[in-house]
Design a protein around this ligand. Structure first.
Ligand code: HEC
Length: 173
């Protein structure tokens, strides 16, 4: 578009006098410069603005992405912790407390005192989450119960797993 217009301006009719032709040529050149230069300058400005807008959009996007990623991460961590809680219950607790928390696991047969049934609503109503947590991590001895209730000191640094075990114990009620 620019090109054909310029060609027209730069090729004046033959009958024009030299001075008139020069004048028209100069005018056309000035017009051409204006046309060529202004858009370039404006394009630069527009580009700058576009960069700012893009940067803003990118920031917002990155934020959303991060939020999404962290939400996914939390979900994955929760799912992972739940699996792990079940695994720990099966391998470390069920032997004495039984699969259903009734205190009837094979390891409880020879114990005295025996672990109580977690289905006991009266006991559930009186024991606090805090005490359950302490028993699990520090063992029975720490709260005046039987030493047969072993400590799990490695779980001290894994509060999400301990929390899952508390929920597990509460779930038997
Ligand atoms: C070697 C057997 C054994 C294992 C393994 C065991 N416990 Fe125990 N647990 C006991 C006994 C026995 C008691 C009851 C102690 C008492 O009454 O003096 C007890 C008590 C408890 C109590 C407190 C109940 C109350 O009477 O106040 C909780 C909670 C508990 N165990 C949870 C767990 C969890 C969770 C695990 C697995 C991480 C686990 N125990 C592993 C034997 C065991």
């Amino acid at each position: 578009m620019l090109r054909s217009e310029n060609e027209g301006a730069l090729a004046p009719p033959m009958r024009d006098s030299n001075s008139r032709r020069r004048g028209r040529l100069r005018a056309a050149l000035a017009k051409w410069r204006r046309r060529v230069q202004t858009p370039v300058a404006m394009k630069g400005l527009q580009n700058k603005r576009r960069v700012v807008v893009l940067a803003l959009a990118a920031t917002v996007f990155a934020g959303c992405g991060k939020m999404g990623a962290s939400a996914e991460g939390t979900e994955a961590a929760e799912a992972g912790a739940k699996d792990e809680v079940q695994k720990i219950w099966d391998t470390r607790c069920a032997n004495c407390h039984g699969d259903e928390g009734l205190g009837d696991g094979p390891g409880a047969v020879a114990l005295d005192p025996k672990p109580r049934s977690f289905a006991d609503r009266k006991w559930q109503a009186t024991i606090t989450d805090d005490k359950i947590r302490t028993v699990i991590v520090e063992g029975g001895y720490a709260v005046g119960l039987s030493q047969s209730m072993t400590a799990n000191p490695d779980l001290r640094s894994r509060p999400e797993v301990v929390e899952g075990l508390v929920k597990k114990v509460r779930g038997f009620r």
